[in-house]
Design a protein around this ligand. Structure first.
Ligand code: IPE
Ligand code: MG
Length: 218
């Protein structure tokens, strides 16, 4: 969800204003996604590298995340959407950790779709932790069972990855899981990301011939 800071700067506002606006987009896009029959939406909110930002921006992002959870647990529960959080909780407050546990417990029975938010998530950290778990268990793994050790265990690999904000890089998102994702780079700043643009991407995806290295997609 890149581009919040620039969106705010264009309006001569502080970066935190853009982050707030960015959170506001989540509900709308989630409704669009689940309304179109897509079962999984994963948002990258805060990376393992984002701790390098100025302390006041980090503090603002942590408190926005906390507010988002408080406000949305009942909404997601009533809409039947499962909320999952990817990432390490080691550097989060006890309050935030218990909110995450509450969110996952209360929404766990949802059947409409799964909204996953990466917070203090890093693709490399995910892979390294998974490898260490295999080592601890003294196991050799195959491509078929390694994904069970990743934080995304039980979730399908993403079909589509959309990066807003104009940068053409992956920035440590779902590195293992994205091996065959269709990647869309959009110049739109995240707060401006619209349902129309999402539909354009879905239409393009629908006409994409996915071959997974083969000749006919099999
Ligand atoms: C949001 O956008 C992504 C987060 C890490 C919260 P940015 O904060 O990276 O916005 P820009 O790139 O400065 O515009
Ligand atoms: Mg950015």
């Amino acid at each position: 969800m890149d581009g919040n800071g620039r969106w705010a700067k264009k309006r001569l506002m502080p970066r935190s204003f853009g982050h707030r606006e960015g959170v506001g987009v989540i509900d709308r896009i989630a409704d669009d996604v689940f309304g179109r029959g897509i079962e999984y939406l994963t948002l990258f909110a805060f990376s393992t590298e984002n701790w390098k930002r100025p302390a006041d921006e980090v503090k603002g992002l942590l408190s926005l995340f906390e507010r988002y959870l408080k406000k949305n647990i009942p909404k997601l529960e009533s809409k039947g959407i499962v909320l999952k959080i990817l990432g390490s909780e080691a550097h989060l407050s006890g309050r935030l950790s218990s909110l995450i546990a509450e969110a996952e417990a209360r929404t766990g029975g949802g059947t409409r779709g799964t909204l996953t938010i990466g917070f203090d998530y890093g693709g490399r950290a995910d892979i390294v932790a998974a490898v260490n778990r295999c080592v601890d268990e003294g196991r050799k793994v195959s491509e078929a069972d390694f994904p069970d050790f990743l934080q995304t265990a039980g979730m399908p690999d993403p079909d589509i990855v959309i990066r807003t904000g104009g940068e053409k890089r992956i920035s440590n998102f779902l590195l293992y899981q994205m091996a065959y994702s269709e990647i869309y780079f959009s110049d739109t700043l995240w707060p401006d990301f619209s349902s129309e643009e999402l539909d354009g991407i879905l239409a393009d995806y629908a006409s994409t011939d996915r071959r997974f290295g083969g000749l006919n997609g099999k």
